[in-house]
Design a protein around this ligand. Structure first.
Ligand SMILES: [Fe+2]
Ligand SMILES: [Fe+2]
Length: 189
């Protein structure tokens, strides 16, 4: 699989997390608070899969190679994408910091958790769309097949250096998080 197909495929799993988070926002707004366990799983997915597995390959391999080669001309685009990664992480850290109060039902913390969840989803949806529909196509045009193949080897070297492929475990985490949300739906009789 080529580098862009790999990143695109990873986006599909990340979108599943965003979909769950959107549902969680809806539940909070109905005053049905998803349990702490849901957020712990979602945050673990964010750390392990989105940040470490996916963003690392984008930032330290794809973005830096392009920025180096096209000195200056694509800096603004790359900088914007990097900033969005960082802003997303900040939302997740702030969300995590409010989970104690959320669990105790403190209204300010509940509202902050809702805010950071919905802002994270909004940001990441825009970000993933920009990568899939614009940036990856642009990068594909700019890079020769040899450069793409070399980057593919870089992706593989990074993944091998990380040890076991986190994908099956991260899929399971998402399934478990999904099951928590499903269990909150009213049971049909
Ligand atoms: Fe990204
Ligand atoms: Fe991405």
């Amino acid at each position: 699989m080529g580098i862009f197909a790999t990143l695109h495929k990873e986006h599909i799993l990340i979108r599943e997390q965003l979909d769950q988070m959107t549902q969680a926002v809806g539940l909070i707004e109905e005053n049905k608070l998803p349990p702490r366990d849901f957020f712990d799983k979602s945050l673990e997915f964010g750390r392990t899969y989105t940040n470490k597995h996916h963003h690392f390959k984008e930032e330290y391999l794809l973005f830096s190679q392009l920025a180096q080669k096209y000195e200056g001309s694509i800096d603004a685009v790359v900088e914007k994408l990097r900033n969005q990664h960082e802003l997303g992480q900040n939302h997740l850290s702030d969300l995590s910091a409010n989970l104690g109060g959320y669990e105790r039902g403190e209204s300010e913390c509940v509202s902050k958790v809702r805010h950071h969840l919905s802002e994270f989803v909004r940001l990441m949806e825009v970000h993933i769309f920009a990568e899939d529909a614009v940036f990856f196509n642009m990068a594909k045009e700019l890079m020769s097949q040899e450069e793409q193949d070399a980057l593919q080897s870089g992706f593989e070297a990074y993944e091998n250096g990380q040890g076991e492929d986190p994908t099956p475990r991260c899929k399971k985490i998402l399934e478990e998080a999904r099951a928590i949300l499903e269990s909150m739906k009213p049971q049909e009789i």
